[in-house]
Each structure stands twice: as C-alpha cells, then as structure tokens.
Design a protein around this ligand. Sequence first.
Ligand code: CO8
Length: 260
Amino acid sequence: SNNKILVELDEGSGIATMKLKSPPVNSLSLDFLTEFCISLEKLENNRGCRGVIFTSAIPKIFSSGLDITEMCRKSTEHYAEFWRAVQEMWLRVYGSNMVTVAAINGSSPAGGCLLALSCDYRIMAENPKFSIGLNEAQLGIVAPFWFKDTFVNVVGHRVAERSLQLGCLHSAPEALRIGLVDELVPEEKLQDKAAAVIAQWLALPDHARQLTKSMMRKLVLDRLVAHREEDIQNFISFITKESIQKSLHMYMEMLKKKKG
Ligand code: CO8
C-alpha cells in the first residue's frame, strides 16, 4: 500500500516535507524504497518544488536502516531487486537538484545514516539518546564503497576510517563534534530550522547552486553508475554466504532479546 511516506508541499515556499512513516522503525524495505523513489521523483519533476525536508513521523527513530529481513533467506532475484532499490534511493537523493535537508528526529543507524549523509545539510534533535552512524561492521557486514564515499565526503577520511572500522553509533553531541551533522536544535524547533536553512540555500541562483552541487558529487555518483551491476553481484555473493547469514540472524535475535 502507498502510505509509508507522507508528502506535504508548501506551495508558497516551494519546500516539501517527506515524512517517513513505516512502523515500527522506518526500516528501508523494498516496498518502502519503491514508494520513496516514486514520491521523490514526483517532487523532482514538480517545478513548484525546490527543496525537500526528510523527517520521521515515528517518535525517537529517524530510520533503522535497511530492512534486515530483506537480506535474510531470500532468493538471489529478490536480493538483486532489493539492492537495485537501495542504489536507486541513494542515486536520487545524492543526485537531487533540489535542496535537501535531513531533520533527524531520532536514531539513525546504517542505511538511515546514509539517507541523512546524502542530503545537503543535516540538523539533528539535541537529544543525547539519539544516535547516528554507519554501524555495519557491528552486524558483521561491510558498508559498500558508495556508503563509504558519501561518508568520507561529509566527515573526511580519518574520521570515516575510524568510525567505519569500529561500526560507531555516535550520540547527537558527538555527531556534531565530528561533523556528521551540521547542527543540533531542540526537537520542537527542527522543522522550522530545516525550512529556514532551505530558504537560505534557495536564495542563490538555482543553476549555479545545482551545477556546483553536481561538480562536488559527480565523481562519486558516476562510480556507482558505472559499476551498478557489479555492485549488485557483489552484494548477492556477500549476503548469500552462510557466515553472513548467521551474523545477520544472530543480530536480529539480539535485537529481539534486548527487549524488556
Ligand atoms: N530491519 C528489520 N527489522 C528491524 C530493524 C531493521 N533494520 N531494526 C529493528 N527492527 C525490528 C526489531 O527486530 C523489532 O522487531 P520485533 O518487534 O519483531 O522484535 C522491531 O523492529 C522494533 O525494534 P526495537 O525493539 O529494537 O526498537 P527500539 O525502539 O528499542 O530501537 C532501533 C530502535 C534503535 C532502530 C533498533 O531497533 C536498532 O538498533 N535496529 C537495528 C538497526 C541496524 O543496525 N540497522 C542496520 C541495517 S543494515 C544497513 O542499513 C546497511 C547494510 C548495508 C549492506 C551491506 C551488505 C553487503
């Protein structure tokens, strides 16, 4: 059903909000990714829309990242379709002509962090209980090269290297300190602040801003476009390994057990 993403466009300002609403944790399932890309494409093709805010309709969670059940005990055809959808989301957000801001109102591990990293600007709620990071290594899996490239482009090589190897989830204050997010604001001010930032970026001539953005990101985008099928095959051969399936299974069990 088409209801995992609530889209609101403010005609006056040309700023849209995409509110992620896929309970319980906004995991990026194949259905979610498909709806996300369709919604974003509609905004991208709408001349009345020049900026978009990504935020969550679920308390305390921005997005829990890729839906792990999509990576467990499925067919190779399913893995290929799923991975293509993950690539598509990143290509569309990272390559967007619109001004994109992540209003991170909850925890944002792995794929959730990638979504935020792919925006032009990141604002996080100043709650130290919320964490963000590319924690793949903690699941016994490896962040793909384009996750890594996107991360390096935001925080620099040294910070990315350490954070990726340790699979760090950074608290909001720590995320600010290492430059993973651009600012922290009280949660109730998140939406207004995001709109204000977009308005500031939109004050510049569109063509200059868009060409500059493309210049900064093209190399990294082109690398995935050129190796897309190879990247899918890579994902399939990695994810179908028995040892990787075991790691993911154990991680899911751990998530269930930690419950009270
Ligand atoms: N996928 C599927 N189900 C999930 C996920 C997920 N990512 N995250 C949580 N769930 C499920 C839980 O298992 C639980 O299910 P159930 O109710 O059946 O027990 C339910 O959602 C609620 O979860 P919690 O009880 O844990 O909820 P909390 O509010 O306590 O915590 C968190 C929310 C912080 C989001 C927590 O659930 C969490 O840390 N989740 C795991 C996040 C994570 O590590 N994601 C990584 C996914 S991998 C990825 O995105 C990139 C992979 C790159 C692929 C590379 C391969 C080559």
